[in-house]
Design a protein around this ligand. Structure first.
Ligand code: 5AD
Ligand code: SF4
Length: 472
């Protein structure tokens, strides 16, 4: 993602911008003045993507304009993810390449943000001294100030404050460009401490934004042309619990769904242990709430779920799936699964295989367990061999792909509503999502189609990753 600059906010000092047709040399404005360009590389989840939008907004306000690519940037922000080792390595290898460039171009500023920044702090600067700023997720709101300080002093800064009861600043409408579908953060952090997970350490305790801030931001998004909003948080269905409010999430859904101009409402991610009947009922009650639920199961084995500290059993999970399907028979359910958790035996893995058959998920994100520093599971003795983890992952993904394809084929001949989000890969093709959050690629013959339209599309083919069809 790139920074979206706002020329109205560029300070005169840094700009060389002239009125068109003004060719006269002006010594005052020619003095070493430069437009600073910034580039943000984002790894990881939607929370990070949203944080990158905030960073872009703040840098735009601080006179930075977007760099066309990373090589022409004066400031590079690497917004890192540490959920698994691979994501962390990718970010660190980019940092290594930038450090080499900085040796030749000392004025380049390098910022490491996000979860790796929070987790590693000063160690990043010890390893790569070319890093100017290491900044954790709760500190990004002050990123521009820190960059200014680093520029002034020439000294690196580590900003990794992480407090309980952190109040998420209300920045108003932070959007790099108007978009028909947007994410809206409603809470940050996680209190669950699943034993494999780094998030509670890097993003801190759960803090919910006040409903009034969320509704105001949703209204601004809608005014700018957004018609689909996805409420975002690590564990959205415990929204409000940090303030002692019960069932605040269903209430928030009702409030946002009532906004005129909004057509579709979604949310992600939810923990099965907090899925209340009141939340399931929202799918009956709220027309705008899309029939899609991301409900990470992680494992189908009670023994493994307990070691993961998930606080639900397989049977309870299945009851919640049944409650959702009772409230909304056409609901699409997706999940996250980890294979090769320490101590996972073949029988545990087979229980997960059996569970995906039983639930028939529309799709699943699946991962090999990756030990994360400081987490409880990283200290477990009975690690599963890497080759065995790979075998299990391949088997699980193959089975899930079959299920996904079977479900997608059931759409053949049906008509689905699609929010048009952009052009497809081939000329004349369009792309969007169905209410169930399925990707739909479609053609429209000579019909006029625009981004943001809601169209009826007849599905001709259900594929592994998408539906294909034609606008009717
Ligand atoms: N190893 C593998 N997968 C993980 N996840 C979280 N932590 C780990 C880990 N240490 C997965 C979980 C979670 C998703 C976002 O990432 O499935 O739901
Ligand atoms: Fe991690 Fe568990 Fe919290 Fe999800 S609920 S962010 S997996 S600790």
């Amino acid at each position: 993602m790139q920074v979206v600059g706002d020329s109205r906010h560029r300070s005169v000092k840094r700009t060389l911008v002239r009125e068109q047709g003004d060719n006269k040399e002006d010594p005052a404005t020619c003095e070493q003045l430069q437009i600073m360009k910034a580039y943000i590389e984002t790894f990881g989840c939607q929370m990070n993507e949203r944080d990158s939008e905030i960073i872009a907004h703040l840098l735009g306000r601080a006179s930075y304009s977007p760099a066309a690519d990373i090589d022409t940037a004066d400031l590079v922000v690497i917004n890192t993810c540490s959920i698994r080792g691979k994501a962390e390595q990718k970010a660190m290898s980019l940092l290594g390449r930038l450090a080499i460039r900085k040796k030749k171009e000392p004025r380049l500023k390098i910022v490491v943000a996000g979860c790796v920044a929070q987790q590693e702090g000063q160690k990043i600067i010890d390893r790569v001294p070319q890093t100017d700023l290491v900044i954790g997720p709760q500190e990004i709101y002050r990123l521009a100030e820190y960059v200014e300080e680093v520029t002034r002093s020439g000294k690196s800064i580590v900003a990794t404050g992480l407090i309980d009861n952190f109040a998420i600043p209300n920045l108003g409408h932070v959007s790099p460009a108007p978009a028909v579908s947007r994410f809206l953060t409603i809470m940050q952090g996680c209190n669950n401490f699943c034993t494999y997970c780094i998030v509670p350490y890097t993003r801190g305790r759960e803090t919910s934004r006040p409903a009034a801030d969320i509704v105001a931001e949703a209204e601004e998004m809608i005014d700018s042309g957004t018609t689909e909003i996805t409420l975002l948080g690590q564990n959205v269905n415990s929204y409000g619990l940090d303030r002692g409010e019960k069932e605040a999430f269903p209430a928030l859904l009702r409030q946002v769904a009532a906004l005129p101009g909004l057509k579709r409402l979604r949310f992600t991610t939810s923990n099965p242990k907090d899925l209340s009947p009141a939340l399931a009922d929202c799918f009956k009650e709220l027309d705008k709430l899309c029939p899609w639920f991301h409900l990470p199961v992680q494992s189908g084995s009670d023994r493994v779920l307990e070691k993961m500290n998930r606080k639900y059993k397989r049977a309870e999970y299945l009851e919640r799936v049944a409650a959702l399907r009772k409230a909304c028979p056409n609901i699409a359910i997706t999940t996250d699964i980890i294979v090769g958790f320490p101590g996972e035996e073949e029988t545990d893995f087979l229980a997960t295989m059996e569970l995906i058959k039983q639930v028939r998920y529309n799709s699943a994100y699946s991962f090999k367990y990756s030990p994360r520093p400081g987490t409880v599971a990283a200290g477990f003795a009975d690690m599963v061999e890497e080759t065995e983890k790979s075998r299990r992952l391949t088997a699980l993904q193959a089975r899930q792909n079959e299920i996904t394809l079977e479900i997608n084929r059931e759409y053949e001949g049906k008509i689905v509503e699609v929010l048009v989000e952009g052009c497809g890969r081939d000329p004349g093709q369009w792309r969007g999502h169905s209410p169930e959050n399925l990707v739909v690629n479609f053609t429209a013959d000579d019909k006029k189609v625009g981004i943001g339209d809601y169209l009826q599309v007849k599905i001709g083919r259900g594929c592994k990753n998408s539906l294909r069809g034609k606008a009717v």
